[in-house]
Design a protein around this ligand. Structure first.
Ligand code: ARG
Length: 352
């Protein structure tokens, strides 16, 4: 679609939702058309950016947390053009979103010429060694890049990676994240003190930084955003996947389960206890987290509201179902239309 058509579609929807008049929308479109003719682009007002980013969350088919789309805090940092200024905006994002554990859904929209090479603002490094991977195998490529750029990790399983910022046409630059900005939770289990021996911890805020935000035909390649965690993301995937921290055998052994036979369902039991440990540890530390049953109920309310508002609900069933006990949630038992509606967040190709 031409940029003008994208803009028209967005402005119509956005202004309608914000309760603005048709005349306002028409005037705005005239101004956009003029800007497109003069400079082949246009700029969103703060109000458009704010609502557009929220619509993009509402349209995120894979996200079970969309009930809260209206509460997204939007920082407009489109004017920043040096890596130093950008990284300061990222530090501010981390601090504001973390909020000492009372997580605030937040997005920082940066200049279209900026790219963040990290997958998330906070992520643990992964190192390939002769004796296997240390840390998060998902981070091997970015970790290698950071070390090529001159960063050197301590080689613990939980080294927080530096932020890597690239301005279009320039070399990427790395910045370490001050310790006092990084809130982490040590994982323990209320009934099994042995859990602590695993030495597990996780950072508190999942801030996706490698997806592009698209609004009204404009693309923001760097627009890190966050909600709060659902416990399965950490307990059933980050800690459990074979190609991540792969902790199920260790957890099962510590629970005294028979890991010789798949049919003993040791993986399933280990998963549940790991998820309980994650939930409890976050809760005790006063950090926002949601369990998958509560999240599914919240999503059901979102479905109802979207219907009441006369909007088509879209969703990706394969992502919406939780990885633990999926059939205990209503999501498992219905169909979702996976059509991609804009504004939205998009995956983009990796730069390294
Ligand atoms: N699943 C990803 C992780 O474990 C985070 C994705 C976004 N999650 C969220 N709750 N907003 O780090």
């Amino acid at each position: 679609m031409r940029m003008y058509d994208e803009a028209r579609e967005f402005i119509a929807k956005c202004y309608h939702e914000l309760g603005k008049s048709a005349e306002d929308a028409q005037d705005r479109l005239t101004a956009i058309q003029e800007s497109l003719m003069r400079r082949a682009t246009y700029e969103l007002t703060y109000e458009e950016l704010e609502h557009g980013a929220r619509m993009a969350w509402r349209n995120s088919n894979r996200c079970i947390g969309r009930l809260f789309w209206k509460s997204l805090n939007v920082f407009d940092e489109r004017s920043l053009s040096t890596p130093e200024k950008v990284v300061n905006a990222l530090y501010r994002h981390i601090e504001f979103a973390t909020n000492e554990g009372k997580i605030r859904p937040t997005i920082t929209v940066l200049n279209p010429k900026v790219r963040i090479l990290n997958h998330q603002l906070l992520r643990y490094a992964g190192y390939e060694t002769e004796r296997g991977v240390i840390g998060d195998p998902h981070s091997i490529a970015i970790t290698r890049l950071c070390e090529e750029l001159g960063w050197r990790g301590k080689r613990t399983p939980f080294d927080v990676l530096p932020l890597v910022v690239q301005i279009e046409g320039e070399q990427p630059v790395w910045f370490s994240i001050p310790d006092d900005l990084v809130l982490e939770v040590d994982i323990h289990h209320p009934d099994y003190p042995q859990f602590e021996g695993l030495g597990l911890k996780w950072y508190t805020v999942p801030m996706i930084s490698d997806m592009a935000l698209e609004i009204g035909g404009l693309r923001f390649a760097a627009a890190p955003f966050n909600g709060w965690y659902m416990e399965t993301e950490i307990g059933a995937r980050n800690f459990a996947d074979l190609n991540r921290y792969n902790m199920l055998p260790k957890v099962a052994s510590l629970l005294g389960l028979d890991i010789k036979s798949d049919a003993s369902l040791w993986k399933d039991r280990a998963l549940i206890e790991l998820n309980i440990a994650v939930l409890q540890s976050f809760k005790e530390r006063g950090v926002t987290i949601v369990d998958h049953h509560t999240a599914a109920k919240q999503f059901e309310r979102f479905e109802q509201i979207e219907m009441d508002e006369g909007r088509e609900l879209t969703g990706d069933w394969t992502w919406l179902i939780p990885p633990v006990s999926p059939a205990t949630t209503h999501i498992f038992h219905r169909y979702y239309d996976d059509t991609v509606v804009k504004p939205n967040y998009f995956r983009q190709e990796n730069l390294y």
